[in-house]
Write a new protein. Structure first.
Length: 149
């Protein structure tokens, strides 16, 4: 993706597996001023706090060993569902014409999941992607990181 250019009115989505900030640049590319349009959050505790059962066992037959079945990773499933929610929200916003250009900022794994779930209408508006975790940074720090990207 090309370098990040924070034009006036460009939208920036800063996300991870549990939180997303949808921002709009009220400034220009020299002096960005990111303002929060919407904040999305999902409570997603670790898998061991979500699952109550022990992993299952599979009986291979009489007089044969029993195999363990992998436990469900509820935390990962929560992140995937959150990526679905972000993708759906961005699609509705793009369809309404809320933004023309979009910058995605997320950790590489989340960025990959989001990209898979985004509608073509949103994908066509992506100006750049930044593979970083910035969800818990203040807006001025996010602006500086994006300006340096």
């Amino acid at each position: 993706m090309p370098e990040v250019k924070l034009d006036h009115d460009i939208y920036v989505v800063v996300a991870d597996g549990e939180k997303a900030l949808i921002l709009r640049n009220e400034g220009d590319f020299r002096y960005p001023n990111l303002e929060v349009v919407r904040e999305l959050e999902q409570e997603n505790p670790p898998t061991h706090d979500q699952g109550t059962d022990r992993p299952g066992r599979f009986n291979d037959g009489p007089n044969v060993h029993r195999s363990g079945v992998a436990d469900t990773d509820w935390h990962r499933i929560g992140k995937e569902r959150f990526a679905d929610e972000i993708a759906e929200r961005l699609y509705r916003m793009a369809h309404r014409g809320d933004f023309e250009k979009l910058v995605l900022v997320a950790p590489p794994l989340v960025l990959g999941e989001m990209r898979k779930k985004l509608h073509k209408e949103v994908l066509d508006r992506i100006a750049s992607e930044v593979p970083k975790t910035l969800t818990n940074h203040p807006l001025d720090r996010i602006e500086k990181v994006l300006m340096a990207a």
